[in-house]
Design a protein around this ligand. Sequence first.
Ligand SMILES: Cc1ncc(C[n+]2csc(CCOP(=O)(O)OP(=O)(O)O)c2C)c(N)n1
Ligand SMILES: [Mg+2]
Length: 554
Amino acid sequence: MLVHEAVATALADLGVDTVFGVVGSGNFHVTNALIAKGARYVAARHECGAACMADAWARSTGRPGVLSVHQGPGLTNAMTGITEAAKSRTPLLVLAADVSASAIQSNFRIDVAALAAGVGATPARLHSRSLAIDDAVRAYLTAADERRTVVLSMPLDVQAAECAWPPGGPVQPAARAQPQPSQLQVDRLADAIAQAERPVFVAGRGARVADARHALEYLADQCGALLATSAAAKGLFRGNPWDLDVSGGFASPLAAELIGNADLIVSWGSSLNMWTMRHGTLIGPDATVAQVDIDKAAIGAHRKVHLGVVGDVAHTAAAVTAKLGGAPGPAGWPETGYRSDSVRERIAREIRWRDVPFDDESDGQRIDPRTLTIALDDMLPAERTVAIDSGNFMGYPAMYLSVPDQDGFCFTQAYQSIGLGLASAIGAAIARPDRLTVAALGDGGALMGVSELETAVRLGLQMVIVIYDDEAYGAEVHHFGPHGYPLSTVQFPPADIASIGAGFGCVGVTVRTADDLALVREWLDGPRDRPLVIDAKVTASHGSWWLEEAFRGH
Ligand SMILES: Cc1ncc(C[n+]2csc(CCOP(=O)(O)OP(=O)(O)O)c2C)c(N)n1
Ligand SMILES: [Mg+2]
């Protein structure tokens, strides 16, 4: 058999059943070989879109994503999406066609390994016909086990060479053992938790990937902790009466108050970065900070911590629970720690942003983004996936649209790139066709990634694409405008994005008032066989509440 067939066979045997990409001559055969092995191939219209789709698909399914690209420009086009995946530790295998070693003068020649390493991805290579199968298996398992984005260079001459399927199958590297927390660290964390009067747990991506909701809720019940998440894990504690939702720039006033008054903050797989901790201002001056992470290097990387525990989140939570001992009574654990009837009532009443009063600035021509988002939250089915692009607008969908669980939120912000949100939403929609997918975009990000509207239409995806259209790179307008700088580089004339959407085959509506949302209801009534593009002309007289905070990070 030929190497490209053998690689496809090995990957299919490992469970690869979905591949995103843009096909050129260099990845034509390997992609077709994967299809022949039963994989679904999703053609994107731009490689960056394909990368974002594979990334979001991996986030939504919890399985490694696979991306197939042509050599040279196919890979460089994909790099922004690949960088986002690498920085998010998304398990992703990039099948990157590459020129043959001897094709020294090829136009397509680039240093693939340097490119991958330069953005934090892991370089890998099909070295030769005899090593290729093992190389491919190792690359896939590195992505899966170590949660890495692996760029596998696949030289054309190696792909086209004859090879033999190894008797007994490819080498199976042993899965990496998860580090177990030391008993000393578990004891110290249990002591800190036992002594705390107002503990708050902040769960991050590490809690999400460890499927640690149950273990963390049990421990939190035991010690009376309140529960919060980083944005990456939003939805993890949905439905829990002690859930404060997201900590950080998006935290509601009550969440910020309760986290700020904690005497112990325990990070469970969250980096406690400047976003999650508002540059540290959410940590009270006398609070103890503990951090649990599977990765030793993550402990204390962003913030001074008093106690670090290296271990898997779910295992560590279970070990602390065992150490604390005790048992719930017939009515559960007694209310202790930070938990009281008054805190419970305040959470029920005030924790959601939509319950915080605001002055509706809608003026008949433009709708207040808060009014818009609350109305959409009421109209759209609760079973939804929300995917969000970057920009000034992003706080509105992030905090006014509820999500059913941690898989219902796709937040690709590790690289802070605009233009990824639509493709991320498409990847999430493919992963979870049972849910309505909501892509929330700015007009800048929407127009940057607009080619993937064709993909959404072609695939008949059930999607609502809402564009917070301020006719500007609003984040930059609000960043520089107050200082009196000229803004002509970041402001644009009106664009009829509803018609652009309709041109791609979507249903397009323009929303200027809450009444215009009747058109959204019509779409929701069915048949929902074409994506809905909502061009929401939003008010933009000032920046969003979280943007000012975010600018401190620049
Ligand atoms: C690829 C990329 N280019 C430029 C930027 C800088 N940038 C950050 S936010 C932003 C404006 C985004 O505009 P839009 O999508 O309309 O959202 P808005 O801020 O107006 O709500 C820009 C240009 C970036 N983050 N990523
Ligand atoms: Mg804008």
